[in-house]
Design a protein around this ligand. Structure first.
Ligand SMILES: Cc1ncc(COP(=O)(O)O)c(C=O)c1O
Length: 492
């Protein structure tokens, strides 16, 4: 019997070290041959070591598309670390994992249950696969203006009407760190024998400390795609995909990944994944303990600042919001009379602090294993100061009030054509007011609460057009369409 490799090893990092130390003469790609003749500014800024390590699948370094050597061993360690049966390195972001999941679950025309506030990578996956999306509306926290998770009851309703759905693909946790009742959802799905798969882009750290919401694989998910670069030590774009149980066809998943991933895998990205896995197994518990303590301290202090309130675990335990990742600090700033976007810019240009994102009512701050006490102190100083100085800034109270009135759940329009069919049809631009009765070629999402009002292939009824005009007049941020001012819209 083969001895299991120890989690203290990092097979890919070790192979890369050997390659460097051997001083191999490089007659292979990439063209810079380990960092020769670089633009001097690039060399200074990026560092020559990064170029020296920048190789792809040469002899002895395995092949991401058919792993049999160091990459296979590194992926086995990855699977063991997360409690998966099989795990895969992704070099095209979590997006590519989500798209591979959709290509695995769905043939053209197959039904898939997805949340209406899906990430744009899911829309792309729906277009690639030709799937028929069945949308489930997420719950909304109207006072903070954010979308939460979906409830077992809503999924049950869709499954009652469409028992032939091929799977349920949910976002868990959400960007804001809220998680859904996965056990309840799993119980509903068991009755229909439908697999649950997760966009767990924001949840890889859940596997290494019990203070986080339940990890997807432990709660019965058949597969999860995770952003190791978002929360842990992976370089940007480095992500992973895990598979557990029999819910998905492994061969089809691997074939889908071969379709979607670059043939020139970056070993810098892969090496960062190998190291991030080892770090979490060996030190994750301690690092995350410290991270949670910092986030809790920050939250407590932020809640003392007049005009600010931070989403907390005590608000969990309601539909669509079962638990919270406390390292995500969603700070609602609207009571300062300022928008989240304004506060983002003030923090950036007056205090040299960059948030993760802002929306109309909130800023989102991520506390991770890379955050220090000093960072939190600087943040608290800045937030206290902004609160004291709030009258110096041009308030947007009127916009905030108008937006509050628009937070009821938007109707989900009728899907006239599958998103894939809509994507390949000729389209043209018309004035928004002239689009009633036509079929949308674009996705239009308003923030808050970040739920698409219309998707490609959906019918633009007079009610939907009136709602879009209302959103436009209110001045909410629009994402998705070519014309973000919504004067025009692309229709089929
Ligand atoms: C919820 C969610 N899913 C998927 C993705 C896509 O991940 P990536 O940027 O790694 O492709 C993101 C990225 O922001 C995300 O927030």
């Amino acid at each position: 019997m083969m001895r299991k490799e120890s989690q203290t090893r990092a097979p890919l990092l070790e192979a890369l070290t050997d390659y460097l130390e051997d001083g191999v003469v490089r007659f292979h790609m990439p063209g810079h041959k380990g960092g020769r003749n670089l633009d001097p500014q690039v060399a200074r800024l990026v560092g020559e070591q990064a170029f020296a390590l920048d190789i792809t699948g040469v002899e002895g370094m395995d092949d991401l598309h058919q792993p049999q050597g160091v990459l296979a061993r590194a992926q086995e360690l990855l699977a063991e670390a997360f409690g998966a049966d099989y795990s895969y390195f992704l070099i095209n972001g979590t997006s590519c994992g989500i798209q591979a999941l959709l290509l695995t679950l769905c043939n053209p025309g197959d039904k898939i249950i997805v949340p209406r506030n899906m990430h744009k990578s899911m829309i792309a996956g729906v277009i690639f696969s030709g799937a028929h999306p069945l949308f489930v509306a997420p719950e909304v926290d109207a006072s903070r203006g954010i979308a939460l998770g979906v409830t077992p009851g809503r999924i049950q309703q869709v499954l009652d009407q469409h028992p032939d759905a091929r799977g349920v693909l949910l976002i868990n946790p959400t960007y804001y760190g809220t998680s859904s009742d996965l056990e309840g959802i799993g119980a509903v799905l068991a009755a229909y024998n439908v697999p649950l798969v997760l966009d767990e882009a924001h949840g890889p750290h859940f596997y290494f400390h019990p203070g986080f919401p339940r990890p997807g694989l432990a709660a019965g998910a058949a597969a999860v795609a995770q952003g190791m670069h978002k929360l842990l030590g992976g370089l940007t774009q480095s992500s992973v995909l895990h598979l557990k149980g029999e819910g998905l066809e492994r061969e089809r998943l691997e074939a889908s990944l071969r379709l979607l991933q670059s043939t020139s895998a970056s070993y810098l990205l892969l090496a960062s994944l190998d190291g991030a896995r080892r770090q979490m197994v060996l030190h994750g518990r301690q690092l995350l303990e410290e991270t949670l303590a910092r986030a809790r301290w920050a939250r407590e202090e932020i809640n003392k600042i007049p005009g600010l309130s931070c989403l907390g675990k005590e608000e969990a335990g309601r539909p669509g919001f079962d638990d919270l990742d406390e390292t995500k600090l969603t700070v609602t700033v609207k009571d300062l009379g300022l928008t989240g976007q304004q506060v983002e810019l003030i923090l950036r240009y007056q205090y040299n602090i960059q948030v993760e994102l802002s929306d109309l009512f909130n800023i989102l701050l991520m506390v991770t294993i890379g955050t220090t006490d000093r960072d939190i102190e600087k943040l608290l100083f800045a937030l206290r100061d902004i609160s004291n100085r709030r009258r110096e800034f041009a308030g947007r109270g009127e916009l905030l009030r108008r937006a509050e009135g628009l937070l009821e759940e938007p109707l989900i329009p009728e899907l006239v054509l599958l998103p894939r069919e809509a994507f390949f049809r000729p389209s043209r631009v018309v004035a928004l007011e002239a689009a009633a009765g036509k079929i949308s070629a674009e996705v239009v999402t308003a923030y808050p609460p970040g739920i698409p009002i219309v998707c490609p292939g959906e019918g633009l009824t007079p009610e939907i057009i009136d709602y879009l005009i209302l959103i436009r007049e209110a001045g909410l941020r629009i994402s998705g369409p070519r014309d973000a001012s919504l004067q025009t819209i692309r229709v089929l």
